[in-house]
Design a protein around this ligand. Sequence first.
Ligand code: ADP
Ligand code: ZN
Length: 743
Amino acid sequence: MTRMVASSAPGRAAEPTLFGAERRVGVLLPLPLPEPYDYRVPPGMDLAPGDVVAVPLGPRQLAGVVWSHGSGAVDGAKLKPVAHRFDVPPMTEDQRRFIDWVASYTMTPPGQVLRMAISVPAALEPPRPLLAYAAKPDAEPPPGFKMTPQRRRILEIVADGPPRGAADLAEAAACGTGVVRALAEAGMLEPVLLPPTPIGAPDWHRPGPDLSPAQAAAAAALKERLAAGAYATLLLDGVTGSGKTEVYFEAIAAALAAGKQVLVLLPEIALSAQWLERFARRFGAPPAEWHSDLTGAARRDTWRAVADGRARVVVGARSALFLPYRELGLIIVDEEHDGAYKQEEGAIYHARDMAVARAHIGGFPIVLVSATPSLETQVNADSHRYLRVHLPGRHGGAELPDVRLIDLRQDRPPARHWLAPTLRKALAETLAAGEQAMLFLNRRGYAPLTLCRACGHRLQCPNCTAWLVEHRLARKLQCHHCGYSAPMENKCPNCFEEGTMAACGPGVERVAEEVAELFPDARTAIMASDTLFGPRAIQEMVRKVADHELDLLIGTQVMAKGHHFPMLTLVGVVDADLGLAGGDLRAGERTYQLLHQVAGRAGRGERPGVVYLQTYMPEHPVMQALAAGDRDGFYALEAEQRLEAAMPPFGRLAALIVSGEDEGAVDRVAYALGRAAPRSDTVAVLGPAPAPLALLRGRHRRRLLLKAPRGVAVQPLVADWLGRVEVPSSVRVQVDVDPYSFL
Ligand code: ADP
Ligand code: ZN
């Protein structure tokens, strides 16, 4: 890797339309390449930096972006010509500088970052109506037409959603487009011409609600920064229900009025139906959405609408950061502390941190929003690098829930049950009062571990260092890391005894079983990512809870986020200690944030809420802080410990993950990296050591961790380090700058 510094982007003045006497350009391709490739500009073609062009690469033709003047490394006579320029707006200089910056910060080849920005090749072609296929519910297969599993799958997918193009359907069903066409020819699908995805035009003239004095002051602070037209990072800090969303909607309105595009990042857009509805009510039109569940046509249309400026507000998951905005002028990062902002595969980056860089490059403000900011953000706000805007109290005087600890050592659930007597009593009272309750357990399935009572054998994934999780509803065992699944057997695979396999510990399905035993008449449901398929199922569940069609909800993390349930007055956390096990750097912080957020679901309406945390460690600082509602005390303690250990945000980390199928080769590379590690008075390298997930999807994994003082740029150190070690192609070395996962 050669590009390590962030300043390699061309300056603002250098935007010529011709490229030297030789008429050559450097085109960055969406491939893991370290640099742009040179191409010849054919006579009659005029190119400028940012133009999106088609160029030949070997036998293929690829879309790339004109990045530079060309290096001149290749003899002009051997250069291949640019094939043509796409009729799309050029990528702005800010966007190009951002891509270069992300590449150098995360130590990812710039082409790989570019691939996230031009992720929809179809969007580069002129828009044309798309032939799509809709369901034909009553169609009977013609005689002799076999309903293969693939054909059936396509029909199921169509029956369950909007019309989709052949390629889209084929992808969703993991088959070829021929299967779709065969169904259409047999009259089993209805061909339709799809109009372009409508792009909403949010109207900022519409009045918002009357703001409380505190909200109005916060909104004014945001708008003042916006009017200044310069980079600034603001932290909008206030408890759940204080009106943070209402306040940043005001900033969005102001940005729209100023002719800017706005990006709102949400951690999990699939869980954000209520947010979308609220936005549409406030602005009279929906925002453009960007996430992995979009159909191919919506993806194409939205990409283009962002590029040509028709999409004024984009709401999306982290990948929305890389869309080709024309005039981005405000970014909001809601729930900025959320772990979902860290992308752990491919280009490893933290969307919140990259968003701050994007705002810096673009010279506009960014607002980080949270009731429980990350320690990184807290420290930046305390040191006035970020501007803290505080919202005290819940809107309309709703009270914060009363958080109580249940000491499981004293207040014990019956054997093989998981709810303590105190919590059972509270549930009974809540249901009797006609209110709603929620039990939270961040563990899918029935039981996290199955073992043989006769020989002690534990069922483990063959591809991963992980136990198989029993999913009783689906009647199978599953690995939550690689998706491996096996039927649930009655017989031990080790000692062959019958009927000795026993479930250990609870997952949500097991808690649901206990609830059914205790409250057979209550209307209950499980809410977990594997029991709700897709965003629509989640939306429907959220609606049912909001409309009080359910009394008791048992759920994982998917339920903790953002939802507003006015009749929910009791939350029980089945195992508050769960996130503290393993004890990585942020275990305490993350547990605090998650449980605080879960607790925030209670008492959002008129009735006050109560939260019970079941714990074996009631004296733990996380539990004490939650019970006392002492957020700032908790952060102060956490900061003190990190400072003492020189850990982030007071020190810097970079992890190397060495992986491969051949364990010997992986170890050789890991040890070579260990020997070549940069070590000094200030820089330490830990490892190599087997990763906690020493085997993942059949790949052996070793980790090394570089630790440096805060002021040290770790990228040049790591680049130099990697340059000293030979890595065979069978082994991969991934770099994770600012790691959040240590698995
Ligand atoms: P947060 O984002 O801090 O969790 P919200 O913005 O979601 O808070 O506000 C919580 C609830 O209070 C929402 O239902 C919201 O519509 C309502 N609310 C907040 N501020 C106002 C206001 N000024 N006028 C009317 N309703 C408000
Ligand atoms: Zn596995």
